[in-house]
Design a binder for this molecule. Structure first.
Ligand code: PMP
Length: 287
């Protein structure tokens, strides 16, 4: 495994960061998780746009221009000889001193890790996942805007811990007003009477790139799509529920908090959207 570390390609063993790195000390940095399908970087522009927007918002200077970043991604994939996998792109504020002041960090660090992806088994896409709602609440956009894909993932990690305790793979997080926000690392959709709903990002959801792809697909396929806040009640009585994310793609949910969703397996619209999503992934990317 070859890792990109500040312009150099190093082995996994040599890919080290300083204990004074503010990404490590404070979670001061941003990241992206990107898929490679058949040698293509899926939605490369969308991921880089989100990265550079997150950087601008937190006044983090990425030391690479957009094109250089794209080239670094391509080169790291090439060096790892991977056709299908996952890219983790991290930009940390870089090494500083123990104070939290970013002015003490002269240069951001860029790290690119390319890896095989552990994905759900294929039957999970047919049978659907069991999920639960958790007590952890999503920050709504007052302090930490969920549009910033920052390295501060404690909120999501607490959701994941609750999911682990419940023995499920993904859980549902509400915001402080009780509206459904998203999963620990996936966006959520529900379907009722043929209409597809997903929470607007202002309730506290990341502007997921898979989410955006599904919204586009719904338009293309003629499904009515509404970005509207909804509650757990709406999830329980939905005909279909699914999560979306770079790693999970489009995965059905068959049970939430003990309530069976629809027919208790992946429903027809979810299955249709997954099929169409998988048709687009290999053509819609950067080689
Ligand atoms: N929400 C959160 C909190 C996430 O970390 C992710 C994964 N990046 C998602 C949603 C899904 O976003 P995407 O489709 O861009 O992977």
């Amino acid at each position: 495994q070859v890792i990109y570390l500040n312009g150099e390609y190093v082995s996994k063993e040599d890919a080290k960061i300083s204990v004074f790195d503010h990404g490590f000390l404070y979670g001061d940095g941003i990241f992206e998780g990107i898929r490679i399908y058949g040698g293509n970087i899926f939605k490369c522009k969308e991921h880089l746009d989100r990265l550079y927007d997150s950087a601008k918002s937190i006044m983090l200077d990425i030391p690479l221009a957009y094109d250089e970043m794209e080239q670094a991604l391509i080169e790291t994939i090439r060096k790892n000889a991977l056709r299908d996998g996952y890219i983790r792109l991290v930009v940390s504020r870089g090494p500083g001193n123990l104070g939290l002041d970013p002015k003490r960090c002269p240069k951001a660090w860029v790290i690119i890790i390319v890896e095989q992806l552990a994905i759900y088994p294929e039957e999970a896409y047919r049978d659907g996942l069991v999920s639960v709602s958790v007590s952890q609440r999503r920050n709504i956009p007052d302090a930490l805007n969920p549009k910033i894909k920052s390295l501060n993932y404690l909120n999501n990690i607490l959701v994941k811990i609750q999911a682990n305790l419940a023995g499920v793979g993904e859980a549902i997080m509400l915001n402080s007003q009780g509206y459904v926000a998203e999963g620990s690392s996936d966006n959520i959709f529900i379907i009722k009477r043929g209409v597809v709903y997903t929470p607007p990002c202002y309730v506290g959801a990341l502007e997921g790139i898979t989410r955006a792809t599904i919204i586009e697909l719904c338009e293309k396929l003629g499904y009515s799509l509404k970005e509207e806040p909804f509650t757990l009640h709406d999830v329980y009585v939905a005909d279909e529920v699914f999560f979306t994310g770079t790693a999970a793609e489009v995965i059905a949910v068959r049970e939430v908090d003990g309530r069976t969703i629809g027919g208790g397996k992946a429903g027809p619209i979810t299955t249709h959207l997954l099929g169409e999503f998988r048709k687009t992934v290999e053509v819609d990317g950067v080689k």
